[in-house]
Design a protein around this ligand. Structure first.
Ligand SMILES: Cc1cc2nc3c(=O)[nH]c(=O)nc-3n(C[C@H](O)[C@H](O)[C@H](O)COP(=O)(O)OP(=O)(O)OC[C@H]3O[C@@H](n4cnc5c(N)ncnc54)[C@H](O)[C@@H]3O)c2cc1C
Length: 496
């Protein structure tokens, strides 16, 4: 199909501005208008990314020195989970972003987890095996030097308001029209297609294609087009968050998000160049907002009356993301709780797939693929809760005892606990595009999902010994090539 003549985007949050810039880049003859209401504002959270965000900036030709200092951004090599397991030795683990170097150590790690699952006493904690883990822990930046012949993936942390403002300035300088108006109604034609968005002041915005990036309101896709919403509350319990910033610690920051399990959820800790962003994601079935705020303040060492912001979250996805002449993106399209910071990743995957599907005129396969992506990521998140090793509160007893699992996830968990080949199971199910075998192994091993120590037998002659000193030398030797995080961020500021 030929690109549409005009696109109207409702919503100026991160999702709306990312979509506007990507469409503008792909369809440069198309007139793009983005409408947002400064009176409503944006959700103002969502400050961690996956490596997909780097691909986005690369695609737009925006250098790190151009955007990162303006958004108080830092580098991210992965996520550290702590407090999710009370098994000795498994109190924390790191979910690293992949590197080409993993090809040397990952097979050893997979072998070790297999042997330990089969009852042999070999070291199988993920952390020593991955370069990104080492880079973050040593306070380095995941920036491979120019002469380093291996790719190292990384993501970012950034200020949610500033990244929107940056993308707005970038887009409007390239011809995207920006309108501040509050949309009051959506006009449909006789066939049920969207004809126009109508503002409170009477202005009408007509277009060929509409993008609903209106956040949890989902004004067009759900409000006007009545597309059903599929909730994920049955197996993802968290429905609220309470957030509060703290100053940077004197000890400096590391290139990772931290996720710390708490009585009814978990607290994130995201380092920017000027502050730490913190938030407690919890289930209101198990703790009320005041108690959650008190638990957050206590964790952060804040005064009992320190200001916090409360948010409601709606986990689930819209049945179909592309309905008639409307594409839903961002929170209007769906939301999986932020444990793995995947929301913006899905926005980018959606828009890129949409452009290809539009060109090919293939709506149904697109909608099926997006739905599968949501469920694939959902299963990975559910697995965190199901296989965490803590049972000290009702929340954790219910989360770890949850039986509302998809067939796919049941297959993966069965493969793990029967000491089968988990890598093959991930590949067989064709879900490595959502989370690769490395991520599944790290999570399941990282929480200590192995037979109890007293049941393990010495390795024996049928198990090839893993030389952990050699792994350590290899990872340590590679890490020496990476600069301190503070130096890397300083250079960006100087270059800006
Ligand atoms: C607690 C929490 C933590 C999160 N953490 C992460 C994370 O670490 N990583 C990640 O990738 N994602 C995260 N997310 C998700 C992330 O916040 C969102 O995906 C991202 O901010 C994009 O939001 P959005 O643009 O869809 O919606 P919003 O930011 O809510 O923007 C909606 C836009 O629509 C406009 N609008 C709505 N109605 C109207 C109307 N009637 N007229 C005019 N304009 C209108 C608003 O003014 C606004 O501009 C998190 C979400 C939550 C709730």
């Amino acid at each position: 199909m030929r690109p549409p003549g005009s696109v109207v985007i409702l919503g100026g949050g991160t999702a709306g501005w990312m979509t506007a810039n990507l469409l503008q880049r792909n369809w440069n003859g198309t007139r793009i208008t983005l409408i947002e209401s400064s009176a409503i504002g944006i959700i103002g959270v969502g400050e961690g990314s996956t490596p997909q965000l780097k691909a986005f900036f690369d695609e737009l030709g925006i250098a790190e020195a151009e955007w990162m200092p303006r958004c108080n951004a830092t580098y991210k090599a992965g996520i550290e989970f702590s407090g999710w397991s009370d098994k000795p030795g498994y109190e924390r683990y790191f979910h690293p972003f992949p590197t080409d170097l993993d090809g040397f150590t990952q097979p050893k790690f997979f072998y070790a987890t297999h042997a330990r699952r089969a009852g042999r006493d070999v070291p199988a904690h993920p952390d020593p095996f991955f370069l990104s883990t080492r880079v973050a822990r040593e306070g380095l930046a995941p920036l491979a030097p120019p002469n380093f012949p291996f790719t190292v993936s990384y993501g970012y942390h950034f200020d949610a308001h500033l990244i929107g403002a940056f993308l707005r300035d970038f887009g409007t300088a390239r011809g995207i029209e920006h309108v501040d108006a509050r949309i009051a109604s959506v006009d449909l034609d006789e066939q049920g297609n969207v004809k126009a968005l109508v503002a409170e002041d009477g202005r009408r915005f007509e277009g060929d294609l509409f993008v609903d990036a209106s956040g949890f309101r989902a004004t067009i896709i759900e409000g006007a087009l009545k597309e059903p919403h599929r909730p994920f509350g049955e197996n993802l319990f968290n429905d609220r968050a309470v957030v509060a910033p703290t100053p940077l610690p004197e000890s400096g920051i590391q290139a990772c998000t931290r996720s710390i399990a708490k009585s009814a959820g978990w607290i994130w800790n995201i380092p920017l160049t000027n502050r730490i962003g913190n938030g407690y994601v919890y289930s209101s079935r198990y703790i009320d907002p005041d108690d959650a705020a008190a638990e957050l303040r206590a964790h952060l060492g804040l005064a009992e009356d320190a200001e916090v912001r409360h948010l409601e979250m709606r986990c689930g996805r819209i049945e179909r993301s592309w309905v008639r002449n409307c594409l839903a993106v961002g929170l209007a399209q769906g939301f999986l709780e932020p444990l793995e910071a995947t929301a913006l990743h899905i926005v980018l995957a959606t828009v890129n797939a949409f452009v290809a599907a539009w060109d090919a005129g293939e709506r149904d396969p697109f909608n099926t693929a997006i739905a599968r992506r949501y469920e694939g990521i959902r299963d990975y998140l559910v697995c965190h809760y199901r296989t965490a090793q803590r049972r000290d509160t009702d929340y954790w007893r219910d989360a770890t005892g949850n039986h509302a699992l998809s067939d796919s996830l049941k297959g993966l968990i069965t493969a793990w606990f029967t000491a089968s080949d988990l890598e093959q199971e991930v590949l067989r199910q064709d879900i490595a595009g959502y989370y690769p075998p490395m991520s599944w192994h790290c999570m399941l091993a990282g929480y200590g999902n192995f037979p109890d120590q007293q049941k393990l037998k010495p390795p024996g002659s049928d198990v090839t010994p893993i030389d952990m000193a050699e792994v350590e030398r290899f990872i340590g030797g590679c890490a020496m090539n990476f600069p301190p995080l503070s130096d890397a961020l300083g250079h960006l500021k100087e270059a800006a």
